[in-house]
Design a protein around this ligand. Structure first.
Ligand code: NDP
Length: 286
């Protein structure tokens, strides 16, 4: 039987509508419109598209966006100065630095300079540390969105075997921690993992985040599993595909997320959630 397709686009739309209502109420109560500062450095075309989509979602939800489009030659010192400005600007409640940054700028230094309270991407060591300790404040948007997608299946996470493919700081690692926090038994695989297909086959939940087109084949998937595809890969013929070989895996899995229309829209929706929640905390504290 064919798997249920997890419609990330529809789920994200519901979340975005709820955030818009939340923002309107926050505005009525406080007179404040939550603000997001966005930094785009250089002219990477994919980054420009991501920023455009995020800005559109913010506009629709009623967030104020302060967009900084900076040339590829921007120095690290200049970017740090602008981030410091946003850190101390009371109209700004969230700060997003679009990655990748040009080679003269060290991403780690820049991400660490964002105030943890305004770090709506959840990449600051303080937010990562809190997540690992089991007391999260701001959860990275992509894993947070994936968690919502898994929960949308109505299946319990507790006690399940989960396999996360990929161990990046922005997807794989925080995803594994989140699943652990929800009481799954978690295995993380990466490029040095031996017997990856066999490990993957044991999973009730698979999250594929390796950036390898159609890598996860049907025979690597346990019948009935929940399969979440994070990958975004462009084939030579121009098609956009995920890390999962969608059609054959769909015939074996219980639930599967598509690319496009799966994790991507959820990542944007969770950015809005993180921004309104950050605004509420900052205003409450002021
Ligand atoms: P990274 O390149 O930072 O990390 C990739 C991870 O996959 C690494 O841990 C790497 O292992 C592992 N890996 C690579 N090849 C293999 C392999 N053949 N077998 C097993 N493991 C492998 O990528 P990201 O985590 O940033 O992104 C992963 C994918 O998700 C990309 O396609 C990206 O475009 C997409 N993405 C999508 C988002 C969305 O919103 N939809 C958001 C973020 C990312 P090792 O550590 O050993 O090198």
């Amino acid at each position: 039987m064919s798997a249920h397709v997890i419609d990330g686009k529809a789920l994200a739309q519901d979340i975005r509508a709820a955030v818009a209502r939340d923002i309107a109420q926050f505005h009525r109560q406080t007179g404040i419109r939550p603000g997001l500062a966005v930094f785009l450095v250089g002219d990477d075309p994919a980054s420009a598209v991501y920023v455009r989509n995020k800005k559109k979602a913010c506009d629709q939800a009623g967030l104020m966006v302060d967009e900084h489009t900076l040339p590829a030659t921007t120095s690290q010192a200049e970017l740090l100065r602008l981030i410091e400005q946003a850190n101390s600007d009371s109209r700004i409640h969230g700060i997003l630095v679009q990655l990748p940054l040009p080679p003269q700028i060290e991403s780690k230094i820049v991400l660490n300079a964002v105030s943890p309270e305004k770090d709506v991407d959840g990449f600051h060591p303080c937010n990562m540390g809190r997540l690992v300790e089991g007391d999260p404040r701001i959860v990275p948007c992509t894993p947070y969105g994936i968690l919502k997608m898994i929960q949308s299946t109505g299946q319990a996470i507790e006690g399940k075997r989960a396999v996360v493919l990929g161990r990046s700081n922005i997807v794989g690692k925080p995803m594994a921690i989140l699943l652990l926090q929800h009481h799954a038994t978690v295995t993380v695989c990466h490029s040095r993992t031996k017997e990856l297909p066999a490990i993957c086959r044991e999973a009730d939940i698979v999250v594929a985040a390796i950036g390898r087109a159609q890598y996860v084949k049907a025979e690597m998937v346990k019948p009935g599993a929940i399969v979440i595809d994070v990958g975004i890969n462009r084939l030579d013929d121009g098609r956009l595909v995920g890390d999962v070989d969608f059609d054959p895996v769909r015939e074996r899995a219980g639930w599967i997320s598509p690319v496009p229309g799966g994790v991507g829209p959820m990542t944007i929706a969770m950015l809005l959630v993180n921004t309104i929640e950050a605004a509420k905390r900052l205003v409450q504290r002021a």
